[in-house]
Design a protein around this ligand. Structure first.
Ligand SMILES: [Zn+2]
Ligand SMILES: [Zn+2]
Length: 327
């Protein structure tokens, strides 16, 4: 198999030939058909997450077909198309696992961070954490659903049922979530980098009722706001934009420091919460709904060998929607 390997934090990924691996007990081997590029991959490469591991193969929005089954795998078959998300394994015995909060597991394994991921021609996964994807939709179109879609979905649920929803940072996650929110009958207010007219136009094309710079206030108070951008300074801005009792959800795994702000911005029962990882139930719920909603992902495909270019383009905001690597 081939992979783009991170050998050293901050260094470019390196094209590497690796021996074909065999799935262990309870594992599957998947021939990768497409793997989305997520902002978290940038955090992995940049060493912004705690306890980084190298060498590692990044990538946790994997779509592929099973080509080998380990012993004891049930309910999956050779040739079946599956999706492999960020949550790669949980311990099953900690208080969080036992309390239906496996996203907060004390001893988790994360795909593309603490176990090898999908920037490769093949990968090994824990069978219990793979989602059957069926045959509808192309591999490339489905890949961004595996993290941008799933984490977006969890964030939306945590944001609550309010009709007026602000999305700060209109990238891969928000472009999917805007479609979900509109389908649910909500109004989406999209916030981009100040002056980013093309992303604002992209947001309007996906049904946003308003799009503007993150330094602007929306035309009416929001019920909730979700921050996908990694900029801590957006937290007080979003608090200013939500109504009394409104909620601000921080959806990223990493954010720059939040500047201090006057207490009055939080007063009147406004809330700030974060979203961490996903549960398998989030995945099942969202992937069941996605075809019904008719989500159309906007993707830019790169050959696997161009993973460094894809990461650089993501960092610089050179495309709308999501980047996807194809082996
Ligand atoms: Zn656990
Ligand atoms: Zn991700």
């Amino acid at each position: 198999m081939n992979a783009m390997v991170l050998n050293k934090i901050g260094a470019p990924l390196e094209w590497t030939e690796l021996a074909e691996r065999q799935p262990g007990a309870g594992e599957i081997r998947v021939k990768v058909a497409a793997c989305g590029v997520c902002r978290t991959d940038l955090h992995v490469v940049d060493g912004e997450l705690p306890n980084p591991r190298t060498p590692i193969i990044p990538g946790h929005e994997i779509v592929g077909r099973i080509d080998a089954l380990g012993t004891g795998v049930e309910g999956l078959s050779i040739g079946e198309r599956v999706g492999i998300p960020w949550l790669g394994h949980t311990c099953g015995v900690c208080p969080y696992c036992l309390g239906h909060q496996e996203n907060l597991c004390d001893r988790p394994i994360f795909t593309g961070f603490t176990r090898d991921g999908g920037f490769a021609s093949a990968t090994i996964a824990d069978a219990r954490f793979a989602f059957p994807l069926g045959e509808a939709g192309s591999d490339v179109a489905l890949a961004p659903l595996l993290c941008a879609g799933l984490i977006g979905w969890r964030s939306l649920v945590i944001a609550g049922p309010g009709k007026k929803l602000g999305l700060y940072g209109f990238g891969a996650a928000a472009h999917i979530l805007a479609q979900v929110a509109r389908w649910q009958g909500r109004s989406v207010f999209a916030f981009t980098r100040p002056g980013d007219a093309s992303t604002q136009a992209f947001a309007r094309s996906l049904g946003a009722v308003w799009a503007g710079g993150s330094d602007e206030m929306p035309p009416e108070p929001l019920d909730a706001a979700i921050i996908f951008a990694t900029v801590g300074a957006l937290v007080p801005l979003a608090l200013q934009a939500v109504r009394k009792g409104g909620r601000v959800v921080c959806a990223g795994i990493h954010m720059s420091d939040i500047p201090s702000f006057p207490y009055r911005l939080l007063w009147e029962e406004r809330q700030i919460v974060s979203v961490a990882n996903l549960t398998r139930q989030d995945g099942l719920d969202f992937l069941r709904l996605a075809p019904e909603i008719g989500i159309v992902t906007q993707t830019t495909s790169y050959p696997l060998t161009q993973a460094n270019q894809a990461l650089a383009d993501l960092r610089a905001g050179r495309f709308e929607g999501a980047a996807v690597l194809v082996p």
